[in-house]
Design a protein. Structure first.
Lengths: 518, 451
C-alpha cells in the first residue's frame, strides 16, 4: 500500500508494513453474512483478541478497528480559498454593531437609514452581520444599493460564496477599480461592476467599450444590465448609443434606453419628441389644448417612445397610453414654446383633459423640473395649501409625492408646513404627510405635533396612528426632546393612539442613538 | 455532605445582546421580546447592585394591554445560575417580558435604583431564604449510608443484568448477519431498548434506539458495525468494573446510564481551580425527548484541562449557562469521574484574550488521547491556530501545514464573513463521523464571535 495520505482524508489503516491488509472490509462483510455462516476473518493488523471465533471475536475485532479508525483520522490536503486582502473602511463601533443586530431582528424599516448613515460616515457594516445583510438584499432588491455601499470590500468578497448573494457582485461598490481582464472574462455581474467603475472614472471610454461589443451581446438581460451602467456619468455624448438601443429586440432594453434618453433634453431624440408633440396638439375652443390620437402609420413615433406598434384597430386604452407616454417623455419646454405661456398657463389650458393633465404632472416628476413642480403645486397662484390638500384627498397623492420630490427638502417641507393647520381634516393631514418624503424639517415636525394635539382624532384613531408611524421614520430624531411626555389628545385617541405615540417616541430615541453612534 | 459555600462574590456584568438572545427559548420569543424591549413600556425599572459592585438583579414593570403591569425580574448572581420571574401567564422561561427587560438592560437602558419595589425584595429574599434553608438542612452525610450503598448496588446489578441480555442480543444479531438490518421494523429494536430502560440502563437503551437511524445512513453496514462494536465495548467496559482506569470507568457508567447527582459531584468530584476560557457553545437539541441541551466547552489556562459544561432545558425553555463565549472565568470546577464534564459554576468573568491554538495534527492527537480513555466520545473541542477555510467539493478548515478537516456545516457563512479567509483562531467541535463544527472565531481585533 502507499504511504501517501488520501486527497480527502478520512479513515485509513496505519502505515505499518505488517498491515498488508486493512481488516475492516473483511469484518464488515462477515458481519453482513453472519458469524453463524462465516468464520471470523484473521486480522493480522489488529491486536490479538481472546476469542478467535464467533460473534465475540468479530465484535472485539470490529471494536479495535473502529477505535483505531476514529483515532487515526488522516487530514485531507485542500487548497485554501483566496482570502480577502482588500483594506476597506473601518467597521462601525461595537454599539452601532449591536444596534444593527436589533434592527435586523425587529426594526427592518430602519435598515436603509442605518446603512446610509454608515456609508456617509465612511464606515462599513460589522463582518459578523454580513451574511444576514446579504440575505436581506437577496429578498429585497430595494435594499441592494444601500447594502452594496455599506458592506465594504468584505461583503463583495463574501458574495461569491452563495448563489443567492450574487446580486451584490453586480452592484457597484465604492472602491471598485476598472480592470480589463475582469471586464473581458468576468461573470456578467462582474462585467457590469467593471463598466460601472469605468463610467464613474471615464464615461467616454466606458461608452466606447460598451458600443464596441454591443452587437455581440446575445442576451437581452445582459444588454440591459450593462446599459444600466450608462446612467453613471450620463451626458449628451451618450445619446447616439442610447438611440441605437431603441431598436433593441428586448423590450426592457428599449424601455431603459428611453428613460435614459429622457434625461438628455438636447439630443436628436428629444428634438424628435418635440416634433411629435407639435404634430399632435392644437388649440381648441376657449384656448384649451386638444390632443390628436397617434396613428398606426407613425412608425417613427412608436420607435422613439419604445412602444409596440399596434397591428390592428387601436383601442381606447392604447390611444391613451400612446399620448400618456408622449407627454411624459417629451421635454417640457415644448409646451411653453408652443403656446407661448408659462407652465401654469399650459396646465390651466390643459385642465379639461384629465388624462393629459395627469400625464403632464407625471412628466414633471420624470423630468425633475422644479419650476414646473412649483407651478403644478399652485405656488405661483398662492393656492398651494388648497391644491396640495385637494391633490392628496383625490387619491392623487401618488402624483403629489413625485412633485414634492423634485423640490429641495427645505422647500417641500416649508410648502407642506403651510399646507395644513389646526382645522385641516385628520385624513387630509395623513394623505398630505404621506406624500412628503423624509427627512422632515423641524418646523414641519413641530406643526405636526401641534396638529396631533388638535381636534378631530376621536373619530380617526387609525389616522392618528398612521401619522405617528410616518413621523417615527421621517422626523429628525433630535425632536424627541421636544415631544411632550404625555400623549397629545390622549383622551381622544384611546389605547391605539397612546401606544402609537409612545412607539413614535421610542423609535425617535432609537434613531437618535443610532445617529449618535455613527 | 456539604455543598461548598462560595466566599467569592458572584458578580455579573452587563450582558451583551448576544447573551440575551442566547437564553431565548425560541425565535418567536425573541421577536416578541423585541416588541416589549422599549423603554416606554417599562416606566418602572432598575437594577439591584451587588454588594461588591456589578449587578445582582434586574427588575421592571411592563405596561401591557391589561390594567395591571407585568412584574418581571432576573436574579443574575444566584447560586444555581440565572433565575427569572414574571407575573405573566406565559409558560416559556424566560418569557418575552423578561427577555425584553434583559434586552433593554443590555442596551444600557436600565440603571441602578437605590429603592426597589416590595415584590422584588420579597422575591430575592425568598430565594436567599430557600438557599439558606437548603444549605442549613442539607444532610452533612447521607441519612443512611448502608441504605444508599444498597440502593446503588441493586441498581448496578440491575444494569449488569440488562447489559448481559444486551450482550446476548448483540451476539444474536452478529450471528444472524446484518444484511437484513435496514428492513427490520422499529419493534425489533424497541423491545431491547425497553428492556434496558426497565433495567435502569437508560444510556445503553438510547444507544440501541439509535441503531435504526444508523441503519439508514450512507455506508450503513460499516456504520452499524461500528455502532454495535462500540456498544459491545461498552458492555465489556462495564463488566470490567474497577479493572479499568477511573476516567474510563466514569465514562462507562455515565454512558450506560448511571447518573451522578450534581451534589455528589460537588462533594466528591475532582476539583480544579483555574482560569477557564470559554471556547464556545453548541446547542444539541433532542426533540424526541422534548429536551434542549447546550454544550459549553472550557479550557483551563494553567491546567490545560478541557471541561464540558452541559445544560438542559425543556422544549419551551432555552438551557441557561453561566458562561459567555470569549470570556474567562476564575472558578474551582468540580469534575465528573470521566474527567471532562463539570458542574456549571458561576464565577467572576472578564474579557479574555485569544486562546492558544494548535495545528490540526496536534488537535487530532489530543482527540486520540481522549479516545484512549473514552473510546465512545463523539465530540471534542479543538482550537486551531491560523486556520483558513478551504473548499473543493465541500468546505474544509486548513492549517498552515496544508492539513485540512472537513466541515460538518454546508457553508461557514459567518466564519467566512468574519475572517475573510484570512488565518484566524477557530474553536470547533471535532467528530470524525460528521466533521468539524466551528463554534467560535476570534477576529483580527481579538474579539470572540460565537458561530
Amino acid at each position: 500500500m502507499t504511504t501517501n495520505p488520501p486527497a480527502h482524508g478520512g479513515y485509513t489503516a496505519p502505515e505499518d508494513p505488517l498491515a498488508a491488509v486493512d481488516s475492516w472490509d473483511h469484518l464488515v462483510s462477515t458481519a453482513l453474512v453472519g458469524t453463524a455462516r462465516r468464520s471470523v476473518p484473521v486480522t493480522p493488523d489488529l491486536p490479538e483478541t481472546p476469542d478467535t471465533e464467533g460473534a465475540t471475536a468479530l465484535l472485539d475485532r470490529a471494536a479495535l478497528a473502529t477505535v483505531r479508525r476514529l483515532a487515526g483520522y488522516t487530514p485531507a490536503r485542500v487548497v485554501p480559498i483566496e482570502p480577502d486582502t482588500a483594506s476597506g473602511p473601518p467597521e462601525v463601533g461595537p454599539q452601532a454593531a449591536a444596534r444593527l443586530g436589533v434592527i435586523l431582528a425587529d426594526r427592518p424599516e430602519l435598515l436603509t437609514e442605518w446603512l446610509e448613515l454608515v456609508a456617509v460616515a465612511g464606515r462599513c457594516a460589522p463582518a459578523e452581520h454580513l451574511p444576514d445583510l446579504l440575505d436581506r438584499g437577496a429578498r429585497d432588491s430595494g435594499l441592494r444599493p444601500a447594502i452594496a455601499a455599506a458592506c465594504g470590500p468584505r461583503g463583495h468578497w463574501l458574495a461569491r460564496f452563495e448563489h443567492d448573494w450574487s446580486y451584490l457582485l453586480a452592484e457597484s461598490g465604492s472602491g471598485d477599480v476598472f480592470d480589463e481582464k475582469t471586464w473581458l472574462h468576468g461573470t456578467e455581474g462582474e462585467r457590469r461592476r467593471m463598466l460601472c467603475a469605468l463610467r464613474a472614472a471615464d464615461p467616454a471610454r466606458g461608452r466606447e467599450l460598451l458600443a464596441g461589443i454591443w452587437d455581440d451581446l446575445r442576451k437581452a438581460e445582459l444588454r440591459r444590465r450593462l446599459l444600466e451602467a450608462m446612467e453613471i456619468g450620463l451626458g449628451p455624448d451618450d445619446a447616439d448609443l442610447l438611440d441605437r438601443a431603441l431598436d433593441d429586440r428586448g423590450a426592457n432594453v428599449r424601455g431603459l434606453a428611453l428613460s435614459l434618453l429622457t434625461r438628455l433634453p438636447h439630443s436628436a431624440h428629444a428634438d424628435r419628441l418635440r416634433d411629435h408633440v407639435r404634430s399632435h396638439v392644437r388649440t381648441g375652443p376657449g384656448r384649451t389644448i386638444v390632443l390628436t390620437p397617434v396613428e398606426r402609420e407613425e412608425t417613427g413615433l412608436f420607435r422613439d417612445l419604445a412602444l409596440v406598434r399596434p397591428t390592428g384597430e387601436i383601442s381606447r386604452r392604447e390611444r391613451a397610453e400612446h399620448l400618456w407616454t408622449l407627454i411624459t417623455r417629451a421635454p417640457l419646454d415644448v409646451w411653453t414654446d408652443l403656446f407661448d405661456t408659462d407652465p401654469a398657463g399650459v396646465l390651466d389650458r390643459l385642465s379639461d383633459d384629465a388624462e393629459a393633465h395627469d400625464a403632464l404632472l407625471n412628466a414633471i416628476g420624470v423630468h425633475e423640473d422644479p419650476v414646473w413642480a412649483r407651478s403644478a403645486l399652485g405656488l405661483l397662484e398662492g393656492r398651494v395649501a388648497e391644491r396640495m390638500v385637494s391633490t392628496a384627498r383625490d387619491r392623487r397623492s401618488l402624483q403629489l409625492e413625485p412633485l414634492l420630490r423634485v423640490l429641495s427638502a427645505e422647500e417641500r417641507c416649508a410648502l407642506a408646513e403651510r399646507s395644513f393647520g389646526p382645522k385641516t381634516g385628520t385624513r387630509d393631514v395623513w394623505s398630505l404627510l404621506n406624500a412628503v418624503p423624509g427627512p422632515w424639517a423641524t418646523d414641519l415636525s413641530h406643526r405636526i405635533v401641534r396638529r396631533l394635539q388638535g381636534k378631530g382624532w376621536e373619530r380617526d384613531h387609525g389616522g392618528y396612528r398612521s401619522v405617528c408611524l410616518l413621523a417615527a421614520e421621517r422626523m429628525p430624531p433630535e425632536l424627541v426632546h421636544d415631544l411632550p411626555e404625555e400623549t397629545p389628545a390622549a383622551s381622544a385617541v384611546g389605547d391605539t393612539g397612546d401606544s402609537a405615540y409612545r412607539n413614535l417616541r421610542d423609535t425617535l430615541r432609537f434613531r437618535l442613538d443610532m445617529h449618535r453612534e455613527l | 455532605m456539604s455543598v461548598s459555600t462560595r466566599s467569592v462574590p458572584l458578580v455579573s456584568d452587563r450582558w451583551s445582546t448576544d447573551d440575551v438572545w442566547a437564553v431565548a427559548p425560541d425565535a418567536s420569543s425573541r421577536k416578541a421580546a423585541l416588541k416589549v424591549a422599549k423603554a416606554a413600556s417599562w416606566p418602572e425599572r432598575g437594577t439591584v447592585a451587588a454588594p461588591t459592585g456589578g449587578t445582582s438583579a434586574l427588575w421592571g414593570e411592563c405596561e401591557g394591554s391589561g390594567s395591571k403591569p407585568y412584574l418581571a425580574a432576573v436574579h443574575l448572581d444566584g447560586v444555581g445560575g440565572t433565575a427569572y420571574k414574571c407575573s405573566c401567564p406565559s409558560r416559556k422561561i424566560p418569557c418575552k417580558h423578561v427577555l425584553g427587560l434583559l434586552a433593554l438592560w443590555s442596551q444600557g437602558e436600565v440603571g441602578v435604583r437605590e429603592e426597589k419595589p416590595s415584590w422584588v425584595g420579597a422575591w430575592l429574599d425568598g430565594r436567599a431564604a430557600r438557599r439558606a434553608r437548603a444549605e442549613g438542612t442539607a444532610p452533612a452525610v447521607p441519612v443512611d449510608p448502608a441504605k444508599t450503598a444498597a440502593t446503588l448496588r441493586a441498581r448496578e446489578e440491575s444494569v449488569g443484568a440488562g447489559l448481559g441480555e444486551l450482550r446476548m442480543w448483540l451476539y444474536d444479531q452478529i450471528d444472524a448477519g446484518l444484511a437484513e438490518v435496514p428492513k427490520l421494523g422499529y419493534d425489533h429494536w424497541d423491545r431491547m431498548a425497553k428492556r434496558l430502560i426497565d433495567a435502569k440502563a437508560g444510556g445503553a437503551s438510547g444507544l440501541v434506539s439509535r441503531l435504526p437511524t444508523v441503519a439508514r445512513q450512507e455506508s450503513w453496514p460499516e456504520r452499524v458495525l461500528e455502532h454495535m462494536s462500540l456498544i459491545h465495548l461498552l458492555i465489556d467496559g462495564y463488566r470490567a468494573g474497577d479493572a479499568v482506569g477511573e476516567r474510563t470507568r466514569g465514562a462507562v457508567r455515565s454512558r450506560v446510564g448511571i447518573a451522578l447527582k450534581t451534589e455528589e459531584v460537588q462533594a466528591t468530584g475532582e476539583r480544579v481551580r483555574d482560569t477557564w476560557l470559554v471556547l464556545g457553545r453548541r446547542s444539541v437539541d433532542m426533540p424526541e425527548n422534548d429536551v434542549r441541551g447546550l454544550r459549553v466547552w472550557l479550557r483551563g489556562v494553567d491546567s490545560g484541562r478541557t471541561a464540558l459544561a452541559l445544560s438542559f432545558g425543556r422544549a419551551d425553555q432555552a438551557p441557561t449557562t453561566p458562561y459567555r463565549v470569549g470570556t474567562a472565568i476564575d472558578a474551582d470546577l468540580a469534575f465528573y469521574p470521566d474527567g471532562h464534564r463539570v458542574v456549571p459554576t458561576a464565577g467572576t468573568d472578564r474579557p479574555a484574550s485569544v486562546p492558544e491554538g494548535t495545528t490540526i495534527s496536534v488537535a487530532l492527537d489530543s482527540f486520540a488521547r481522549v479516545l484512549a480513555e473514552d473510546p465512545w466520545r463523539e465530540a471534542w473541542p479543538v482550537v486551531l491556530a491560523e486556520a483558513v477555510p478551504a473548499r473543493d467539493d465541500r468546505w474544509y478548515l486548513a492549517d498552515p501545514s496544508g492539513d485540512a478537516l472537513p466541515l460538518a456545516t454546508d457553508s461557514p457563512r459567518r466564519l467566512l464573513a468574519v475572517t475573510g479567509g484570512n488565518p484566524s483562531t477557530v474553536a470547533a467541535e471535532w467528530a470524525p463521523g460528521e466533521g468539524l463544527t466551528p463554534i467560535a472565531v476570534w477576529d483580527r481585533t481579538g474579539k470572540a464571535i460565537p458561530l
